[in-house]
Design a protein around this ligand. Structure first.
Ligand SMILES: Nc1ncnc2c1ncn2[C@@H]1O[C@H](COP(=O)(O)OP(=O)(O)OP(=O)(O)O)[C@@H](O)[C@H]1O
Ligand SMILES: [Mg+2]
Length: 665
């Protein structure tokens, strides 16, 4: 179960519930339907048996009344009293036929037959002494069903004996025998009274039931109205003599009435032997019937036969089957529908969970923007909602974290740049300081001898005549010494570290003034100057002379870089953060190689072999440093160079400059 998916588990659970309930309802339903139908039929058969009994009793009463009324007639009294039975036979035969009787006999008060309807009757033999004896004894009308032996019937009439005679037919469930000669009659006897009121005789009338189908067909017609199912009578009625069908409308397979067939052993045992009515299924001749049997008793209450009604089981069985098939169909459709519902329900439960699972995977991969879309309001909907809220929160936190990280990285970068700058400045400052000290010492020592060399050289030169050979050499000495003197002066300038005197000034004015000072230089180098100066620049605290010196250095360098004709553009503007004034000097001169660009601020780095000292930019660098600004170069060989100078605008500038001034002084 552990490895089965949730969906499979749900479907399995649903299906087992559906199948168990379907199985239970089918089993109970089928049993209930079956039992109800069978019970209904049994109740009906019981009622039908009552009807059959009624019809039978009505027939008995009819015979009884016929006999009773006949016994009252005068010609019978006369005939007995006068022992004149001559005409009696004819009269009796007439009445017998009119009343549909098979036997009509008259007896004297001793029970001897005086006259019978069948003249062949043995006068001496008592046809049915039991009923007659009872009438003689009780002087009342009696009717009862009795068995009459074949012999007696023969005595009465050959035709009756023949009708009673039944060849017994063995059936699959009934015992076999050969032939039965006795017959069963409904017999009625009435006392005949003389004119004085004394009993003078008995009138006996009877109807042989054997092969007489009046009663059974009457019951069938009144109760079942000739209803048929697949060509067979639905309802059947039988009168049994003992266990043999002597009057029936149950048909054999050949279509003839099943006279002579016998009841099943179990029914016989229960009804005939034990006298208990039988209600239930029974195999009758060749079909299953829902049957009702009850015993038929004679005057002495002895069971002499049975009366039966039965309804074909087939229509009810078919009905039961049809109902069951319908029921099964409904159950099957219900199972299919429920299965579809179970499937879609499980899908409804697991699909959102799948979406959630997918979303959690996305979250673990770092995608917090993935949202789960579920529109239900149930627990899963709430879970999804919480999940979406959680991812939104995570997304926010993650964003914050990323921003923090970026800021941190930016700060680290900035700090690293600052650090590098500070390091560079420190190195440069150290270089300057040590160089400054060295220069100051050397310059001081060399300056005086150089001056005296120069003065003396000049004196000698003035004293020597123009044409003298020495003069040329002496002038060379003067030139070289002048150059040495210039270097020494620069060194002294460099090492002097004059204190800065800062005042509020307009940087554009300083630029203009420097350009004016260098006017001749500019003209000499045929350089075109382009100015783009921002007129709205704030005033800043600077040492004007020193800044002028820086600008002059930079401009002269540019002009030296432009070999013949060229342009120099000078821009001033406020930086984006309004914290600095930026001054750019851009020339289209020879440019600086990548190798050299890192060295141009180093003291004594020069490419101007003859004229340059290589101190111009390093002095400028020191001055800009003193102003808390920056100077750097961008260049491409053959294209030109831009020198960018930044000077701070804000109050710090003021404050710092004062502090510096103090330090320097
Ligand atoms: N605008 C420029 N274009 C090309 N190279 C330049 C430019 N400015 C400076 N340089 C290079 O930087 C070097 C150092 O300049 P710096 O001003 O310090 O010394 P110099 O000009 O050589 O000598 P001095 O300033 O004493 O006359 C120069 O020799 C030159 O090679
Ligand atoms: Mg220079």
């Amino acid at each position: 179960m552990k490895n089965i998916s949730l969906r499979a588990k749900l479907i399995l659970g649903f299906s087992s519930i559906i199948l168990i309930s379907a199985f239970l309802s089918i089993v109970t339903g089928i049993r209930l339907i079956g039992n109800t139908i069978i019970k209904q039929v049994q109740v009906k058969v019981r009622l039908d048996l009552n009807s059959a009994r009624e019809v039978y009793q009505t027939e008995c009463i009819k015979i009884k009344n016929s006999v009773r009324l006949t016994a009252l007639r005068y010609f019978i009294k006369d005939a007995i009293e006068k022992s004149n039975t001559l005409q009696l036979g004819v009269e009796l035969e007439k009445i017998r036929k009119n009343e549909s009787l098979d036997i009509l006999n008259i007896m004297d008060k001793n029970g001897r037959i005086l006259k019978g309807s069948h003249h062949s009757s043995n006068m001496e033999r008592n046809l049915d002494n039991r009923i007659i004896a009872r009438v003689l004894e009780s002087k009342i009308n009696i009717v009862s069903t009795e068995i009459i032996s074949g012999e007696n019937l023969k005595n009465e009439s050959h035709e009756l004996a023949q009708r009673a005679r039944i060849r017994l037919i063995p059936t699959s469930k009934a015992k076999s025998a050969s032939e039965k000669k006795s017959g069963m009659i409904i017999g009625a006897a009435s006392p005949v009274f003389g004119y004085g009121g004394e009993l003078i005789g008995v009138l006996f009338g009877g109807k042989l039931i054997n092969k007489n189908f009046d009663i059974v067909d009457k019951v069938k017609d009144t109760v079942y109205r000739g209803e048929k199912y697949k060509g067979k009578d639905v309802g059947t009625v039988t009168i049994f003599q003992n266990d043999v069908r002597i009057s029936t409308n149950v048909k054999r397979s050949d279509g003839r009435r099943a006279i002579g067939t016998r009841v099943s052993q179990e029914v016989y045992e229960q009804v005939v032997k034990k006298g208990i009515p039988w209600i239930g299924r029974a195999f009758v001749v060749n079909e299953w019937y829902i049957t009702a049997y009850e015993p038929l008793r004679n005057l002495n209450r002895k069971i002499i036969g049975m009366i039966y009604v039965g309804m074909l089981e087939a229509p009810y069985k078919d009905l039961k089957n049809r109902v069951m098939i319908t029921f099964l169909g409904i159950a099957l459709i219900s199972v299919i529908l429920l299965s579809i519902i179970a499937y879609s329900t499980s899908k409804k439960i697991t699909n959102p969970l799948k979406k959630l699972l997918f979303a959690t995977k996305k979250v673990t991969e770092g995608d917090f923007s993935h949202k789960v879309k579920i529109s239900t309001n149930d627990e899963i909907g709430q879970l999804t909602d919480s999940f979406n809220k959680m991812t939104s929160e995570l997304q926010k936190v993650n964003k914050k974290y990323l921003i923090l990280n970026k800021n941190l990285e930016k700060k680290v970068r900035e700090k690293s740049i600052e650090l590098k700058k500070a390091q560079d400045q420190l190195i440069q400052a150290e270089k300057m300081t040590s160089l400054g000290k060295l220069s100051a010492g050397i310059a001081h020592e060399i300056n005086n001898p150089l001056t005296s060399i120069l003065i003396n050289a000049h004196l000698i030169s003035n004293q020597l005549k123009e044409k003298e050979n020495y003069k040329e050499n002496l002038d060379l000495i003067i030139d070289e010494t002048s150059r040495c003197s210039k270097i020494v002066k620069s060194l002294l300038e460099f090492s002097k570290q004059n204190p800065t005197e800062k005042n509020l000034a307009d940087i554009n004015d300083v630029i203009e003034k420097t350009l004016l000072l260098l006017k001749n230089h500019v003209l000499m180098h045929k350089v075109k100057i382009k100015k783009d100066l921002d007129t709205k620049l704030p005033m800043i605290m600077i040492d004007m002379n020193k800044i002028e010196q820086v600008f002059a250095n930079v401009i002269i360098n540019a002009m030296e870089a432009i070999s013949r004709q060229g342009n120099l553009s000078v821009n001033s503007r406020l930086s984006e953060d309004k914290q600095f004034i930026e001054i750019n000097f851009t020339d289209n001169g020879i440019g600086i190689s990548e190798e050299n660009i890192g060295k141009i601020f180093d003291p004594f780095f020069t490419t101007g072999r003859q004229t340059g000292t290589g101190l111009g930019l390093s002095i400028s660098y020191g001055i800009i440093q003193q102003h808390n600004g920056s100077i750097h170069a961008q260049s491409k060989v053959g294209k030109g160079t831009t020198i960018i100078i930044s000077l701070p605008v804000n109050k710090i500038n003021k404050k710092n400059s004062k502090e510096e001034n103090n330090n320097e002084i």
